[in-house]
Design a protein around this ligand. Structure first.
Ligand SMILES: Cc1cc2nc3c(=O)[nH]c(=O)nc-3n(C[C@H](O)[C@H](O)[C@H](O)COP(=O)(O)OP(=O)(O)OC[C@H]3O[C@@H](n4cnc5c(N)ncnc54)[C@H](O)[C@@H]3O)c2cc1C
Ligand code: FES
Length: 366
């Protein structure tokens, strides 16, 4: 009878493994530390990746090519990943799209635009170099092609929003070269077009790729009429879009008007402006228990932004509810999940600060 014995055996094994007589052989952290001294990418539990090359794409965008260890499960083109780096002794996490499709040599690329005063993006562009080691999360996201790519696809991107779209385009080139692609990309000038040389070479080589670069510095932003035209051209074709919040909202409005919103697949790098900006809800007092700071959270804005405005520095990775880096225990009070409007008042529950707003006075473990 296996069932009654198994818990007892499991209990003994667990006891043995946690015995202090075996320490440090049974201490996972100590083992991790030890093997990490031989090679910083070796790990039993963490996906570590070494920077093997860097490419300057534009004046403020740089691609790092990474070689992950054996724990990397592989990704689908278009997915994103949480990246952790140690910067000046502090761990910083941010979410980035993988800009490469799956590659036979096991490497992957991530392409990052330098943001003014940004922590990780400035390091990425100015200080990262071959040999540096980063920790990666498990790839996630459904900005991916169907298993059987359709015969025609539309892709729209603006600025650094090109990164996941480029992964899709590169993947299609390898997996489904017969697919006809209309790709519209907006950038301020030719010099700001990320991957410009590769895109132009692809367009010259692939007669089924219709590449349209829209330079906003010369022609202004794509207006509602231009987007309506595009929506009509796209018709029922599956359309992938990624870019700044305003661009995404304008594209969505055009596709909605054309009755094809259900054919739009979008990837965001942040919350929609309508959520991030808050509303006119009543201000609430928030007590951050650990730091002893109290502040007022007003207007239905995410608690993460409100805490930062009060000089607190909660950890974050995506600022849009997908990575859980900002998870925080709420001792008491009512919060609203800004994505769903769901209110919850459970004491002691874990909330995500980046997508929660105060709907009553709150006490947080912060
Ligand atoms: C799914 C996803 C995929 C992404 N893919 C890419 C990619 O491929 N390439 C790329 O360049 N970027 C990408 N990003 C954005 C990236 O995660 C970082 O937000 C960006 O690089 C800035 O990080 P940072 O550490 O340099 O700046 P931070 O140090 O985080 O920010 C600098 C300042 O801006 C503020 N801030 C940061 N983010 C926001 C925000 N969303 N709204 C308002 N204020 C903000 C901070 O409070 C701070 O004051 C992606 C984001 C998501 C969620
Ligand atoms: S920062 Fe990623 S879930 Fe809040």
């Amino acid at each position: 009878m296996l069932t009654p014995i198994a818990p007892r055996v499991a209990g003994r094994v667990e006891g043995l493994l946690s015995s202090r007589w075996l320490s440090p052989l049974n201490d996972l952290e100590a083992i991790e530390d030890l093997i990490g001294r031989f090679d910083a990418t070796w790990s039993l539990t963490r996906i570590k990746a070494r920077v093997v090359a860097a490419i300057h794409e534009t004046a403020d965008v740089r691609t790092l090519i990474l070689r992950p260890n054996r724990l990397w499960p592989g990704h689908a083109a278009g997915q994103h990943v949480l990246v952790e780096a140690e910067l000046d002794g502090r761990r910083v996490r941010r979410t980035f799209s993988v800009s490469s499709p799956p590659r036979a040599d096991g490497t992957l690329s991530i392409t990052v635009k330098r943001r003014p005063a940004g922590k990780l993006s400035v390091w990425w562009n100015e200080r990262a170099s071959a040999g540096d080691v980063l920790t990666l999360g498990v790839p996630a996201g459904d900005f991916v092609l169907p298993a059987q790519p359709p015969r025609q696809i539309v892709m729209l991107s603006a600025g650094s929003g090109i990164t996941p779209v480029m992964a899709l385009l590169r993947d299609l080139g390898e997996r489904a070269p017969a697919t006809r692609v209309l790709f519209v990309h907006c950038a301020h000038s030719r010099d700001d077009v990320i991957f410009r040389d590769e895109l132009e070479q692809m367009a010259a080589r692939r007669p089924r790729l219709d590449l349209r670069l829209h330079l906003t510095g010369t022609h202004g932003r794509l207006d509602a009429a231009a987007l309506s035209d595009l929506a009509r051209t796209a018709g029922r074709d599956l359309t992938f879009v990624c870019g700044p919040a305003g661009f995404m909202e304008a594209v969505r409005a055009a596709w909605r008007e054309a009755g094809n919103e259900d054919r739009l697949v979008s990837e965001r790098f942040g919350l929609p402006a309508s959520i991030a900006g808050g509303d006119a809800s009543a201000p609430q007092s928030v007590r951050a228990e650990r730091s002893g700071i109290s502040f007022v959270a007003g207007g239905g804005k995410p608690l993460l932004a409100e805490a930062e405005a009060a000089s607190l520095t909660p950890a974050y990775g995506c600022r849009m509810g997908i990575c859980h880096t900002c998870a925080c225990r709420k001792a008491s009070g009512i919060v609203e999940d800004l994505r769903t409007g769901h209110l919850s008042d459970e004491p002691g529950e874990i909330i995500q600060l980046c997508v929660s707003a105060a709907r009553s006075p709150l006490t947080l473990d912060l």
